[in-house]
Design a protein around this ligand. Sequence first.
Ligand code: SAH
Length: 254
Amino acid sequence: MSGQGPGWVTIVGIGPGNDALVTPEVTSAIEDATDIVGYIPYVERIAARDGLTLHPSDNRVEIDRSRHALEMAAAGKRVVVVSSGDPGVFAMAAAVLEAVEHGDTAWRDLDIRVLPGITAMLAASAACGAPLGHDFCAINLSDNMKPWALIEKRLRLAAEADFAMAFYNPRSKSRPEGFAKALKALQEACGDDRPMIFARNVSRPDQTIKIVPLTKVTEEMADMRTVVLLGSSQTRIIERDGAPLVYTPRSVAG
Ligand code: SAH
């Protein structure tokens, strides 16, 4: 139905993997779409049907992909851009808005929406208890888009502020040394044995959760399918017969 009716772009999060964690409004946007744009493994999660064109693309082409989505919407298509997890967390929503800000001014008049999804750190936190139960921050450990020195500064200051932390993109194949450097900085800055949680393939059939004291952690415990959580100095472990429960109490004594 190209060129007929108003087009739109909706940037959606399809959650960490389990279809039960896709929200109904995201499912409904996908049902109304004529075109799906996104990174290959995420587009693979969308069922093919008549009238729907899938446009899988490689990693690291986020701006080209965003421009393509906006061009199709301007031509009357109903375009869904898919991200894993939440589209606003180290994902496509900011990329599309960057393309809008710097692109054709006509794109500003398009119907552009962002629909939230369950981000990896929240699914990981739920899988082991409530390690993010008090103040926390999320840091992308990839230095593709920012200098390494800034990552280290943020790690040190987050430790000083005693945040629990969630780390995305912890250890890439092309630059595995980053995670080792991050660990060293955290071990120095925290100076205790708070738990680090390695949550891999969360919500998928092959999910694994490992809880390791910070001083015993080794770099190969993380890969790009892992989101890593680090407790604050207050984080507790409840041992029991089954898997332990990790939580960070809601309050800090004054
Ligand atoms: N927008 C996504 C994050 C994209 S960055 C979200 O909100 O979850 C990609 C990183 O997310 C991965 O390197 C990993 O750290 C994390 N991640 C995404 N899905 C995951 C899953 N099912 N289990 C563990 N980590 C996951």
